[in-house]
Ligand binder design. Sequence first.
Ligand SMILES: Cc1cc2nc3c(=O)[nH]c(=O)nc-3n(C[C@H](O)[C@H](O)[C@H](O)COP(=O)(O)OP(=O)(O)OC[C@H]3O[C@@H](n4cnc5c(N)ncnc54)[C@H](O)[C@@H]3O)c2cc1C
Length: 377
Amino acid sequence: MKVDLERPIADDAGIALGDEYRALEARARAVVAEHILPREHEESDEAAFAMTAALGQGGLLDACVDLDVVGICVVREVVGAASGLADSMAALQGLGYGPLALYGSAAQKAAWREKVRLGQAIAAIGITEPEAGSDVGAIATTAVRDGDHWVLNGTKRYITNAGIADFYSVIARTGGPGPKGLSAFLVPKDQVRLVERYHLVAPHPCGEIALENARVPADALIGAEGEGFKVAMRTLDHFRTTVGAASVGMATRALKEAVARAKARSQFGSPIGKFQQIGALLADSWTELLAARLLVYRAATAHAAEDPQAGLYSSAAKMYATEAAQRIIDRAVQIHGGDGVRQGSVVERLYREIRSLRIYEGTTEIQKVVMSRGLLA
Ligand SMILES: Cc1cc2nc3c(=O)[nH]c(=O)nc-3n(C[C@H](O)[C@H](O)[C@H](O)COP(=O)(O)OP(=O)(O)OC[C@H]3O[C@@H](n4cnc5c(N)ncnc54)[C@H](O)[C@@H]3O)c2cc1C
């Protein structure tokens, strides 16, 4: 019996996702085929803008602004299989707008929701700092009230869309030490200085920004004063599982490439797929891919059902899917031999693209901290 690697997600995951998600997957596949795959090897800002606009016009960013976790997973799985850059742009439209979707005022939402949804404005989120990575409670950027304004000072690093975003959801300190002293702010691009753009292993717009006496009006506060940590964590809660979904998309693509290569390439007078060691690599990869997809959609549906364990499932899904995808892609590179490490091949690009997903939105180690705390509680 033949394994069908093109099966709809809902059939493969075996979890009731509903007809709207089957329709969303079909739409995502059509938009990706027309607008993303033809540019899959591009890494420029111009490509990033064009891809974001195509995703928005195709209706694929609706789930991101509505924080529909199952929908974001479907979109990221399909988009991630085609382009890490496009996946990053889709994710950040949701992550950057997420604080507004969850806690924003009517005016803040009116200003940005439609533009972000349609891919006409670029969103970003500023949490990470030189001394505050995994430890978000250590944020040092300050926001001080000055009459009708807040004045922000500090540095944010590893900010995706740094320099190209229209606005940044920024977490800054308004009170005492620790998580309770943090608040969230909507900061427009004209109050932000780009310090540097990074050269990442798989290029996407990312860099360091400085807030130097950045002035925003009093109503730029997102949620209440002192709620910044909650704003950041609840936003990340909606996206953690979806990082796993993007990984599943990348791993699916890698497995397809590996299968095709194992059939097409012959050595010792035989297709290399006939060698048991190569077949075993493929079997291991498919099993891990299925397990990762099951866990991702289990966590996503738990989130949709407001299951109290949803956050813990999402930690398991994010950790397992990103780590499994790294292994699956590594096996695909191995099956390609020398061609697997040549720049320009799909598996070489996937090998670089998957790496950051094990780090951002909570490293693998931080997911283990969360789960072990849950187990020992
Ligand atoms: C490509 C990319 C895009 C990003 N985009 C954004 C963005 O848009 N906005 C934003 O705010 N941030 C962004 N980040 C930052 C990202 O969230 C942080 O890199 C991540 O949270 C880890 O922080 P750090 O890099 O400072 O590493 P550190 O926190 O210094 O961690 C270093 C190592 O120590 C481990 N470690 C830390 N604490 C513990 C612990 N308690 N137990 C065990 N191990 C521990 C970590 O797992 C890691 O292996 C991005 C990062 C990357 C790589």
